[in-house]
Design a protein around this ligand. Sequence first.
Ligand code: BGC
Length: 748
Amino acid sequence: MKKRCLLAAGCLLSLALVTAQTPAERQKAETLLRQMTLDEKVGQMTQVTLGVVSTAEDGILDTAALRKAVREYKVGSILNVTNHALTAEQWRHVQTQIQDEARLSRLKIPVIYGLDGIHGQTYTLDATLFPQNIGMAATRNPELAAAAAKVTAKELRASGVRWNFAPVLDCGRQPLWSRFAETYGEDVYIGKTMGATVIRAYEEDGLKTPTAVASCMKHYIAYSASRTGKDRTPIYLPETEMREYYLPQFRAAIQAGASTLMVNSSEINGTPVHASKYLLTDVLRKEMGFQGVIVSDWEDIIRLHTRHNVAATPRAAVVLAVNAGIDMSMVPADFSFFTLLKEAVQKGEVPMSRIDDAVRRILLLKLKLGLFDNPYPEPAAAANFGRPEYQALALQAAHEAMTLLKNDEAILPLSHNAHILVAGPAARSISALNGCWSYTWQGKDERWYPADSKTIVDALRDRLGADHVTTTAQAGFTNPANYDTAALRSAAAGVDAIVLCLGENAYAESPGTIPDLALPQEQLALAYAAVATGKPVILVLTEGRPRFITGIAPAMKGILMAYWSGRKTAEAIGDVLLGDYDPDGRLPFSYPRSMGEMVLYDRKPTEDIREIFNSDMTMNGYDPLFPFGWGLSYTRFAYDGLRLSATRITGAEKLTISLTVKNMGSRDGKHTVELYTRQHYASITPNMRRLRAFKKIFLKAGESQTVTFTLDRDDLAFVNAQLRTVTEPGDFDVYVGEKNAQFAYGLR
Ligand code: BGC
């Protein structure tokens, strides 16, 4: 693989943003570096999990173990929880004890604590949870994602924590992958737009401010592209494809000022990313100009020896990873990294210059975060926890995520007088509405959810009255009562409609690995039983990835994709089903029809073709159950007058594309306008569609608005066979809804 700087201007810009430390901070880091012993340096590069310094009781530290970690092993960082979320107050106490201990160390270097606030502050009880990234992508509303990120930052900081292991920038092009919900879906542009916006939201106030946290873009790179879909299994990826679909999100994140980065646990083309000097140093540092801290993922350095078998000894694993460019090891359960790295340096296997480079970055991060001035939880930050307006924001985010996939005969919205049966395993579940990283890692344990969390049954009863809502569902996704088809059939007598709540319970990472996207048989049986009653059935899906519903979808009158949309999922479902909110979510992925129909929207020309016999062919190769961008509304938006400012642009000229959007219905509503392009011919097979821009607008009933987009050559670029990002001259189609036009780029 070759190294090169693809976007020289981008490199410079990112350098400018991430080296935003003051000269005094740089000087302080250098002074400390000169004073530090080898032990102190490798200690800074060591990150351990909270369990290493805790008693068996959650939130209670073991003072002797803490002293050992901070003073004997001089660890620079701690992460995670032991079992479940703590209260904000418990967190502040934990942080205070840790920093007290650090203050007793020789150089008084504060400890940096990191947590995974990936859809809200996961690990603080009563923190506000928002939709997972997949639901945020469905909102097509980056400002909303930014507002949610700011709440996350505030609730983390209110817990005394200044480092967030978010956002996930992995591109969700493999729906089997158990972390699909953590992604912004299959499209590069949505991923890079959302990711960069969220990073700015975390960091833009300045990391010393009690409303900001250091972000951690992860998991560099292509973690989501595992060939089998199983978590942490091999990725085989040509570099053109890696750069086209998986790198732009990280480049945009660096330019947005991301302070830290976490590494992909898997291997790409046989090289574990934790051992790849090419990816970590040549591409990330030299080409893209990333100046922040690179942290390993969980136990991933030693796994170069224990799992990947590219290092014959544990020390060789450490040498490989640190020389490749990793600054901090999420060890996390012992001090082996400390001991092994020290030995490696003493034996000359890792140069001191590499150690100094890593430690300098870690110290600068701590300085940037103000930890040297005051490492303790800030009272001003504590006041930002759990504010009432966060609930309204969580509801708005859940509302905007809701994606109406089907609405035959306008079955929805239901009448406020309807009598309904609510059934299925998700009907009385809270965990199935929130998913992974929700007060526990797996998100399954409902004991830790806020006391006011609503189920779908609760939300519908609140809206229709308890006497209008019958249910066969019981608490607990796996409760056998939830799969009782006979009970469902008899309970359906006398109701006007059945709301069937199917999908997935919470899971995170490898425990969420499945062999098949098929919805489990017992859930399909519920759907068949519901249809057999003759009542209209509305399917509500709460799931982290698209499970096949192809067999049952035709019989459903309505289908609402609710994703895992956080604390207000049930309320948002209730509002959409009853028409109190007009749905405006758009699918951020192609909902697949079956295992053999996993074609993505930005397919290549030959993926569109289905050859029947020689030249006899159809062009329906992209045949998902619901296409990327799909999402119905209770009102109707019409597009008119697609206008281009030119039929040809050249050089750095800009092309303006505008159209009029009118709300033709009798209800107000939000609507996302999406703009796609297609290049007719290019040296690398062009995509049939690429999303280049989107805008979400609000239109009152009957109102119209002109929507304008601007494109330039960078928006039309792709990675060529020489790994250069180029825009080749040629003809392009532009599509907005059903409207399209043509223009050319290049010489006149
Ligand atoms: C996950 C990361 C996470 C880390 C710390 C790992 O297992 O892959 O996304 O940040 O744990 O919790």
